[in-house]
Design a binder for this molecule. Structure first.
Ligand SMILES: Nc1ncnc2c1ncn2[C@@H]1O[C@H](COP(=O)(O)OP(=O)(O)O)[C@@H](O)[C@H]1O
Ligand SMILES: [Mg+2]
Length: 255
């Protein structure tokens, strides 16, 4: 479980997060939804310690994020942040290989190479693995970065808008892969926390949904609880209707 306790965050005079207390269940997909500027990226970055905690506490499976040594945290949690600052003359395979760093500390073994090959196959990146990142489309680059996060092979994976730039086919493939990660035959429990803008991906795939607005949690629970017309209309400030498709909500927001 990721437990967030009384987390507040300010940048200059602006309050970005307001006293957030939240439990993210282990094993499964948690979707983080909410309007632009709600604080979703800030929350993920604080959990992953890309940004230092100012007030409050975060624990990942009992590890205090503020106090855990970096190498320990990197074996527990991976993040693919929203702004993919890219060293562009890097090949896809090498980027994904960076995900293995916490496991080998600069001395990759045959096992690490095999792990990279496995992820490349899983994410259908075989044809692109020797290409430079600056020779890829936005969506291809996005898939390579997510694959790097998966290669880190952590119990927790945080993904900030991983569906950005992906076409329907690749978005579905990515969601299916992520879903499979959280439901392995070995019984290993892996948790994925992802920021999603297209609510219907959350509706179709998420086990748990957290809605953030203006730096505060406005709803948290299963898809059926959170993805209702009233909650979503209030969250985004527009009329949103919710239908039912199979046993999942289907969010209608184009009308
Ligand atoms: N480095 C920064 N300096 C100033 N304001 C920032 C900075 N990063 C984020 N913010 C502000 O914090 C708020 C939350 O941002 P963010 O967490 O990126 O939101 P979201 O990911 O939900 O769109 C926004 O109002 C944004 O403008
Ligand atoms: Mg963001």
């Amino acid at each position: 479980m990721i437990s967030v306790r009384n987390l507040s965050h300010r940048i200059g005079d602006a309050t970005i997060l307001r006293d957030i207390t939240l439990d993210l269940p282990e094993g499964g997909i948690t979707a983080l939804i909410g309007p632009n500027g709600a604080g979703k990226s800030t929350l993920l970055n604080l959990i992953a310690r890309l940004v230092p905690i100012q007030r409050g506490a975060i624990a990942v499976d009992g590890l205090d994020v503020a106090a855990t040594p970096s190498h320990r945290l990197a074996l527990k949690l991976a993040i693919v942040a929203q702004q993919l600052g890219v060293a562009s003359r890097l090949r896809v395979r090498d980027l994904i290989g960076f995900g293995r760093w916490p496991h080998h500390n600069g001395r990759p073994t045959a096992g690490d190479a095999a792990a990279v090959s496995r992820v490349i196959a899983d994410f259908a990146l075989g044809d692109l693995q020797h290409r430079f990142l600056d020779e890829l489309s936005g969506g291809q680059k996005q898939r390579a970065f997510v694959a790097m996060g998966v290669a880190q092979d952590t119990d927790w994976l945080l993904l900030d808008e991983p569906l950005n730039n992906l076409d329907m086919f690749h978005a579905r493939v990515l969601m299916a892969r992520i879903h499979a990660l959280t439901r392995q035959a070995s019984g290993r429990r892996r948790g994925v926390v992802m920021v999603v803008h297209d609510i219907n991906y959350a509706a179709a795939w998420a086990d748990h949904i957290v809605a953030l607005r203006d730096g505060a949690v406005v709803a948290s629970g299963g898809p059926v609880t959170v993805l209702t017309g009233p909650v979503l209309s209030d969250l985004f400030g527009m009329e949103i209707r919710v239908a039912q498709m199979a046993d999942r909500p289907l969010v209608l927001h184009h009308l």
